[in-house]
Design a protein around this ligand. Structure first.
Ligand code: FES
Length: 149
């Protein structure tokens, strides 16, 4: 297997557009060297980093969160399973919170989410007079469990 990949090869294998790869590089999320002709070359473990970025973005994590996580990985060598395990352990609470929110969304969307609309019959019981507003902005009944661990 080629140890150095072109931007096109990384794009083909990860399904991420070359423009996005250049953007990730400009954000310090991935790194490239240059060939004699000035073309980008990526080490093979960039495929895992790019795949990680894609998955993290799909579950709603910000670029800053992703950058912080990737910065915990060594730059000068291929990250080991231990390196990735350390990263995933640091992320576990964040991901658990995301999973819990998604489950609430899946299970409660037919009910009152405490958003202030009072548009459902159940809102009269679950959020009389929009009492949820006292707790702050947004769909409070969805968020409460996330914000009060
Ligand atoms: S769903 Fe909006 S206040 Fe109940």
């Amino acid at each position: 297997m080629d140890e150095e990949l072109t931007i096109g090869a990384v794009s083909d294998r990860t399904g991420v557009a070359t423009s996005a790869l250049r953007f990730y590089e400009s954000q310090g999320l991935i790194h490239a060297t240059r060939s004699d002709g000035g073309q980008r070359r990526y080490v093979r473990d960039t495929l895992r980093r790019v795949s990680f970025i894609r998955i993290a973005q799909q579950v709603g994590l910000s670029l800053d969160e992703i950058r912080n996580a990737l910065s915990s990985l060594p730059d000068n060598r291929t990250p080991t399973p231990r390196d990735w395990e350390r990263l995933s352990t640091s992320w576990r609470p964040r991901l658990d919170g995301q999973i819990a929110m998604l489950e609430r969304l899946r299970d409660n969307l037919a009910g009152c989410i405490g958003c202030g609309c009072l548009s459902l019959k159940v809102c009269q019981l679950a959020n009389p007079g929009d009492e949820a507003a006292r707790l702050g902005a947004g769909p409070r009944w969805m968020m409460e469990q996330q914000e009060t661990p």
